[in-house]
Every structure is written in C-alpha cells, then in structure tokens.
Design a protein around this ligand. Structure first.
Ligand SMILES: *Cc1c(COP(=O)(O)O)cnc(C)c1O
Length: 242
C-alpha cells in the first residue's frame, strides 16, 4: 500500500492521501480524508474511522446509501415518525445511474434537483427546499456525470447546517466523489468538499477511472463508526446485531 499526500501539520490539505490496492487498513483511513492538522499523533483516533474497498463506486454508493437509510430509520423511529411512508434522497438530476438503482432496490424516492443552463450542478437552495423528515441524505457529486461540474459541497454543507438548526430529523451529506476525489486534492487543493465539512459523513471513490488499474476497485469511507450500522457477526454464536 502506498500513501500520497503526507501528514505535515502545516497545511490543511496535506492530510489528504491516496491509497492503492485492496489492503485498506484502518490506519490509512484518517490520512485519506481527514485534515492532518486535526490528527493527534498520540491519540488512537483511527478507531473512529471506518471504510471498505469495493468493486467500484457503484457498490460503494450502494453501501453509502444503505448506511444513510439505516441511520435515518434509527432517527425516525426514535422520533415516532410514520415508518410506512417512503423515504427520499436529494440529488442532482445529472447523477450517475447507480443512484437510480439504489432508489429501486431500496424503495427510496429520488428527489432530483434539475440542472439548468445557468446552474449545471446541484443548486443548494433548491436541494434544501426538497428536504423533509423523510430525507435519508443529500448526495453531493464530484464530478457530475452529464455536465462535468462539481456540486458546491461547501455551500450545501452551510445550507444544511442552517436547515438542521430547526429540523426534527437531521440531514447529512454523502459525497459521490467517484472520479473527483482522485483529481481534486491535487489539482484544486483549495476546494473544500470532504470531511473538513461538518455534514459530510461518508465519501465514495473509484480506483479504476484513470487507467492502469485492471480490476474494478473503489472505496467508501465514513467519518465515524457512528454513521454506520455495524453488525458484529460471530458465526458460531447467537450474537448478531449492532
Ligand atoms: C463512475 C461513477 C460511478 C460508478 O462508479 P464505478 O466505479 O464505475 O462503479 C458513480 N458515481 C459517479 C459520479 C461516477 O462518475
């Protein structure tokens, strides 16, 4: 496994690295998307982060979406919402087809913010207007499949912080950075789109989009184990549960 990006404390973006291969270790996760200046070398912070390799972003998006659904269900049950109602997810209309599959497989309504000539990415205000208590997450995309633009994740994050101040159900962001995360940290390092932002709780990326990678490979990472329903499977005992 190789790690690019380093871990210097003097730059906000130096903590962003890039991992290769299937050997994704817990230890490498914080270095990937967590600002280096927030990593305390002496603390065992790596326990907070979790992720997995996948066969590509399609699988990674599914896992990110499922985690958001289960997290939403937990909140919704605690608040006594009507669980027979269909949950929804907010996303730009220029999404990649995996999100449509996710909606079909898990019976989630995709509430699409239509991209326009004037705004070729997700308009954060329009996204907020579509949110309700049945929203499992808002998906921000980098890069949008049909327009080649980035969603403005920073503006979306700010809008959601405002929304969450008065909302019953708190809404968070999954970033589908299938191709963007392997480009942006190096070419547009000033852009804020990852776990630096409060409401970004999970990110996926693909490892096979720039050539020289033969197998399908991708990853999904969560900012904290709390954002994932974790099953502790012990095959020969009765312990199976979060
Ligand atoms: C390519 C892509 C996917 C699917 O990724 P695969 O690695 O091909 O499975 C999902 N979302 C976006 C934005 C993409 O560009």
């Amino acid at each position: 496994m190789a790690l690019l990006g380093g871990n210097k404390k003097d730059s906000k973006h130096d903590g962003i690295g890039l991992f290769y291969g299937e050997g994704l270790s817990e230890q490498s996760l914080p270095r990937y998307v967590i600002p280096a200046d927030t990593i305390d070398e002496n603390a065992d912070q790596r326990d907070e982060f979790i992720g997995t390799s996948t066969v590509g972003s399609s699988e990674a998006c599914m896992l990110g979406g499922m985690a958001a659904l289960f997290r939403w269900k937990q909140q919704a049950r605690n608040l006594g919402l009507d669980m027979s109602k269909r949950p929804n997810m907010i996303i730009s209309s220029a999404y990649q087809v995996v999100w449509e599959k996710f909606g079909v497989y898990w019976d989630i309504e995709l509430r699409k913010v239509t991209v326009t000539k004037e705004c070729l990415a997700l308009d954060p205000d329009k996204a907020i207007a579509l949110i309700d208590d049945y929203t499992i997450c808002v998906v921000g995309i980098m890069v949008l499949t049909y327009t080649g633009r980035y969603d403005d994740i920073k503006a979306l994050d700010a809008a959601i912080t405002t929304y969450d101040k008065t909302s019953k159900v708190k809404v968070y962001i999954h970033v589908d950075a299938a191709s963007g995360s392997l480009y942006t940290p190096f070419m547009e390092a000033e852009l804020e789109w990852d776990f630096h932002l409060d409401n970004v709780k999970s990110i996926n990326t693909s490892g096979h989009k720039y050539g020289l990678v033969y197998p399908g490979v991708g990853w999904v990472v969560w900012k904290d184990k709390a954002w994932l329903s974790i099953f502790n499977v012990q095959p020969f005992s009765s312990s199976l549960g979060p």
